[in-house]
Design a protein around this ligand. Structure first.
Ligand SMILES: CC(C)(COP(=O)(O)OP(=O)(O)OC[C@H]1O[C@@H](n2cnc3c(N)ncnc32)[C@H](O)[C@@H]1OP(=O)(O)O)[C@@H](O)C(=O)NCCC(=O)NCCS
Length: 198
């Protein structure tokens, strides 16, 4: 079973190219990562241009998963227009347990078209089919209804509701835990994958 993920970029989906972020993406990233409402349920606060550029040169510059504790952030580019509309992340939590986690954020100007779902599904595919993960989770604030819908749309199973388990951004928050196993992924994606790399 593989324990490293080194995708060939871009990772192609039906409508998107998933690829590493560069400084040329700064304006597109600022356009949504600086919006307070959009950052309400994500681990980071609204980001300035300088903070975003520091991330592009820092954690976003990691383009592979070779050891647990790492994470991989990829931009979602609309293939037809070249627009950068959001980003997705895959965390490699544990080699022993073959466990990972996914996350997503989308410019609201491009919401409601299934782009985030399409990108997140590609990250599940990379995690299960290329990195060899056995279990991938998503942790979502109960009030983040759009995000919970997205997890369900991906076929992830809600396994837990942790009542007021975290003091997050100044308030006690209730967390919904979603998960999918590799067996479940392969059961519903037994046909040749719709995602191609290269
Ligand atoms: C969570 C978030 C990405 C969801 O955005 P979204 O636009 O609902 O997600 P998608 O791009 O996958 O679009 C799905 C919507 O498009 C619709 N849709 C239209 N065409 C579609 C298609 N081809 N495929 C799938 N869905 C489609 C779906 O029905 C769905 O709408 P619904 O939820 O009203 O039923 C967005 O709200 C966001 O960025 N939130 C802030 C960041 C955040 O909280 N991240 C999660 C932290 S845990």
């Amino acid at each position: 079973m593989p324990t490293e993920l080194r995708p060939s970029y871009p990772v192609r989906t039906e409508r998107l190219l998933l690829r590493p972020l560069t400084l040329a993406d700064t304006d597109a990233l600022v356009a949504y990562r600086s919006i307070p409402d959009l950052c309400r349920f994500v681990p980071f606060h609204p980001q300035s241009r300088d903070e975003i550029q520091a991330r592009i040169k820092g954690v976003f510059a990691n383009h592979a998963l070779t050891a647990e504790g790492q994470n991989l952030t990829l931009g979602m580019e609309v293939a037809a227009t070249g627009e950068l509309i959001g980003d997705v992340i895959l965390f490699y939590h544990s080699r022993l347990h073959a466990g990972g986690e996914v996350g997503w954020i989308l410019n609201p100007a491009h919401g409601g078209h299934g782009y985030a779902t399409e990108a997140a599904r590609a990250m599940l595919r990379l995690g299960f089919e290329e990195l060899g993960l056995r279990r991938i989770i998503a942790r979502i604030d109960e009030r983040n209804v759009a995000s919970a819908r997205l997890a369900r749309r991906l076929g992830m199973r809600q396994e837990a509701r942790l009542v007021e388990n975290e003091f997050f951004k100044g308030e006690w928050t209730t967390e919904l835990d979603f998960a999918m196993l590799a067996t479940e992924w392969f059961a519903s994606h037994s046909a040749p994958s719709e995602v191609a790399t290269g």
